[in-house]
Design a protein around this ligand. Structure first.
Ligand code: DGI
Ligand code: FE
Ligand code: FE
Length: 400
């Protein structure tokens, strides 16, 4: 049950940049809830940290707030506050404390801070006021600096009448800076709350690149068991084609993993996605539902996993092909065609030349597909025909 403001007697404040918020922050809050038994614990992401520069390219304050909501979700007695985000200029705890004293006139305020923060506390704006009016809960990092810590605490107690308590807390051996580095290097899942990681990848905050193992897990829950083998094969084939032809193997892996995520959806569900993602289909596409999954798959992969444009395009064109394809687009088209679990008639012809002449492999694949579709009594889609014609012209030029 939500307590009214007047019921809050013991209010703990946990401020910081939370850039990004991680499992260590969550653990600290968990400890504080147990040790300090507050009526309310407010997590307050700062707008402009007073003591350091926020790294350029950091997510907006609103995005950090959203990440905090995800990071601290499900913890009873915890609220995320946008108090500092609504103020302009540097985010001084002093201003925050004054505001909170007005909102919660009956509350004793406790500031949660790290060890290093206590040691430099005399640099804080109006630190005397803070020491005289708030309890300071220090999350003691390592036991080694306990002496320095106790000394400082004692000094503050004698000099300012401060009320300082130590909360034993073993933090992650990681800072947010380290985590940002990990995110760029396709790591970080073990240090972040699942939903926080998902949101970071979705928006590719911090220049994050998804961990491929995580991406596979996500994709494989979206498709049938039978299709997993095909998708895994397609990824492997795409990576080896990329290495062979000088394309980025990680982009190829992402495209391979995600290329068929909507393949198992019904026609009705495909149409729903077309509407959601503003995909306008022509009548031929509507008549051949198999064509839709390339378009809805690309849109959904971008929405859920923030794929870059090159990967988006490779997924978008993996079924029909099109004229003048990029290297990555061809690689995904061919990988999808020849991956090891494929055994339809004609696959060998493409396999035989995929590593010696990619355009010839494309042309063979397209021609065989066109033939197969015509044998089935329908006319291939215009993009497929155009892709084929374009390559024929190119191959003729090459011969001349
Ligand atoms: O999704 P996959 O099964 O792994 O492979 P895919 O995306 O290449 O889809 C293959 C199916 O799409 C196959 O049944 C043939 C069909 N297809 C490919 N090009 C065309 C096409 N269907 C029509 N109607 N027109 C095309 O141009
Ligand atoms: Fe497909
Ligand atoms: Fe496929």
């Amino acid at each position: 049950m939500k307590k009214s403001e007047a019921d809050i007697k013991n209010l703990v404040i946990y401020g910081g940049s939370f850039n990004p918020p991680h499992l260590g922050h969550r653990e600290a809050v968990h400890t504080a809830l147990e040790e300090l038994q507050p009526d309310l614990l407010l997590v307050i992401p700062d707008c402009e940290p007073p003591h350091k520069q926020m790294e350029t390219g950091s997510p907006s304050p609103e995005e950090r707030l959203r990440l905090c909501e995800l990071n601290f979700a499900g913890l009873d007695g915890v609220q995320i506050s946008d108090l500092e985000l609504r103020r302009t200029g540097k985010s001084y705890s002093y201003d925050t404390v004054l505001q909170l004293q007005e909102i919660y006139p009956d509350a004793r305020l406790t500031l949660m801070i790290g060890t290093d923060m206590l040691l430099s506390f005399e640099e804080w704006y109006h630190f005397e006021y803070l020491l005289q009016h708030c309890t300071i809960a220090v999350l003691a990092r390592e036991l080694d600096d306990e002496d320095a810590l106790r000394q400082t605490a004692e000094q503050f107690q004698n000099q300012y009448g401060a009320d300082i308590c130590l909360v034993q807390h073993t933090p992650l051996p990681m800072s947010s800076t380290d985590i940002r580095g990990r995110l760029r290097a396709r790591g970080g899942t073990d240090l972040l709350q699942e939903d926080v990681y998902r949101e970071i990848i979705r928006k590719r905050l911090y220049g994050a690149q998804p961990e491929l193992r995580w991406l596979r897990e996500q994709a494989y829950t979206m498709i049938s068991a039978k299709r997993i083998a095909h998708v895994a094969g397609c990824e492997t084939e795409a990576v080896s084609l990329a290495m062979h032809w000088g394309e980025d193997p990680e982009a190829a892996a992402e495209a391979g993993i995600l290329h068929d995520i909507t393949k198992g959806l019904s026609y009705k569900e495909q149409l729903k996605l077309c509407e959601k993602y503003d995909i306008i289909c022509d009548t031929d596409e509507l008549k051949a539902p198999k064509l839709l999954h390339a378009r809805t798959g690309a849109a959904m992969a971008r929405d859920l996993f923030g794929i870059p444009d090159a990967v988006y395009e490779a997924i978008r064109w993996h079924t029909t092909g099109k004229p003048d394809m990029t290297l990555l687009e061809k690689i995904i088209y061919i990988a999808d065609y020849i991956e090891p679990t494929r055994d339809f008639p004609g696959v060998e012809a493409v396999r035989a030349i995929a590593y010696t002449d990619l355009d010839a492999a494309m042309l063979t694949g397209l021609r065989q597909t066109i033939e197969e579709i015509r044998e089935g009594g329908t006319e291939p889609y215009i993009d497929t025909l155009n892709a084929c014609q374009w390559l024929e012209a190119r191959m003729n030029e090459r011969r001349q």
